[in-house]
Design a protein around this ligand. Structure first.
Ligand code: HEC
Ligand code: HEC
Length: 214
């Protein structure tokens, strides 16, 4: 009797674990296949800001991020971040909120184009403070998986803006939140200068005109 009870409670515990595992698996919806051709049409309005080199966001002032060559997975994650308001930006919210998951996948496939690849020789010496960052963002600033954004060639003032936003909690991300707490303003400047000077991302106009970053 006693053994029977124990056995049943072990079975119950085991099935709860299994249920937990399978619901976690369901939460991770399979990535949609993006159609770059359709993405090209859908991304038409994006070039007005992301296509112009050094176009600035106003209040606060910082350069609009480069998207050409960025990992498609990360572009989709960023768009979902705006539509769910995990990331707040009024213009990006109004764009992302009207997109279907398929639209996002298509746009991301187009913008990724010939994704920036790792392996470019690093320019300069990575500041010591980047030692933990490179595990995910790569020595040369190319995200080592499609979920880790490429920072190589990104606008320095946008990188600075992002790191300050993680620090203040204005931009919420459980992974990044832990890595920015100890960074000083000087660290942030050095990080941004290093990653922005690497060969990598481009303005979307290059992708529109040449099908890739030149
Ligand atoms: C009015 C200018 C403007 C337009 C038009 C615009 N964006 Fe943006 N976009 C921005 C700014 C500014 C940011 C940075 C916001 C922030 O600080 O989070 C941004 C951020 C992004 C990001 C996140 C980049 C990163 O590295 O995290 C993606 C992805 C993006 N935009 C995609 C698009 C797409 C796709 C379109 C067209 C459907 C578009 N944007 C249209 C200004 C614009
Ligand atoms: C464990 C992996 C990991 C480590 C380590 C890590 N990051 Fe990140 N980083 C991410 C992920 C994932 C994102 C995207 C988060 C989001 O959606 O906001 C990100 C986003 C960023 C962004 C914003 C990029 C953009 O286009 O908006 C910057 C800048 C950045 N990280 C810099 C750093 C720096 C500097 C360090 C080291 C101090 C670091 N990261 C350490 C995984 C990591």
């Amino acid at each position: 009797m006693e053994i029977g009870m124990k056995f049943r409670s072990i079975l119950l515990a085991f099935s709860l674990v299994l249920a937990g595992l399978s619901s976690a698996a369901h939460a991770q919806a399979p990535a949609l296949q993006g159609d770059a051709g359709s993405g090209k049409t859908l991304a038409y309005t994006c070039h007005g800001c992301h296509g112009i080199p050094d176009y600035k966001n106003a209040y606060p002032t910082y350069s609009v991020p480069k998207l050409g060559g960025q990992h498609a997975n990360y572009i989709v994650a960023a768009l979902k971040g705006y539509s769910s308001q995990q990331r707040s930006h009024p213009t990006m919210y109004s764009h992302a909120a009207t997109m279907s998951d398929q639209d996002m996948a298509d746009i991301a496939a187009f913008l990724q184009a010939e994704e920036v690849k790792a392996g470019n020789p690093a320019k300069g010496t990575p500041p010591a403070v980047t030692a933990t960052c490179v595990a995910c963002h790569g020595n040369d600033g190319v995200g080592i998986t499609p979920d880790f954004p490429t920072l190589a060639g990104q606008q320095a003032d946008y990188i600075e803006h992002s790191l300050h936003a993680y620090k203040s909690g204005a931009r919420k991300n459980p992974i990044m939140a832990g890595f920015v707490t100890a960074l000083t303003d000087d660290d942030i400047k050095a990080i941004a200068a290093y990653f922005s000077s690497q060969k990598g991302l481009c303005a979307t106009d290059e992708v529109r005109k040449h099908g890739k970053c030149k």
